[in-house]
Design a protein around this ligand. Structure first.
Ligand SMILES: [Cu+2]
Length: 110
C-alpha cells in the first residue's frame, strides 16, 4: 500500500531524476551540429565570434565537415566521432561532406 511517506519518497526521487536530466543537457553556449540521416542538423547554425562548433556523427556511415574554401576539415568521422573548430572571424562559412557532397550546411558567425 502506498503510504503518504512512500509517496513523498517516490515524488522526491522523480524530482531528483528530472533535475539530473536537465543538468546533463549541454551547457548554454554549446554549439553542436549532429550528422544524422545524411544531413547536418541544424543545417544553418548561428554562433558568436570566438565560438567553438562541434560536429558529431550519429550515422553508421562516415562523414566529414569540410569547409567549401577548405579553411577547416574534419577527418572521416565514424559513428560517435566528434570534430571541433573555432570561429574567430565573422562571416558565413559554408561546408559540406567530402564523401557525400550533396550534404551541405553553414555556420554563420556574428
Ligand atoms: Cu557524408
Amino acid at each position: 500500500m502506498l503510504t503518504k511517506r512512500n509517496f513523498l519518497l517516490a515524488f522526491t526521487l522523480i524530482l531528483a531524476g528530472v533535475v539530473l536530466a536537465v543538468s546533463q543537457q549541454p551547457a548554454a553556449g554549446t554549439n553542436e551540429v549532429v550528422i544524422q540521416n545524411f544531413a547536418f542538423e541544424p543545417a544553418t547554425l548561428t554562433v558568436k565570434v570566438g565560438a567553438k562548433v562541434t560536429w558529431v556523427n550519429r550515422d553508421d556511415e562516415p562523414h566529414t565537415a569540410t569547409a567549401t574554401d577548405k579553411r577547416f576539415s574534419s577527418k572521416a568521422l565514424e559513428n560517435g566521432d566528434r570534430f571541433t573548430t573555432e570561429f574567430n572571424q565573422p562571416g558565413i562559412y559554408k561546408y559540406y561532406c567530402a564523401m557525400h557532397p550533396k550534404m551541405t550546411g553553414q555556420i554563420i558567425v556574428k
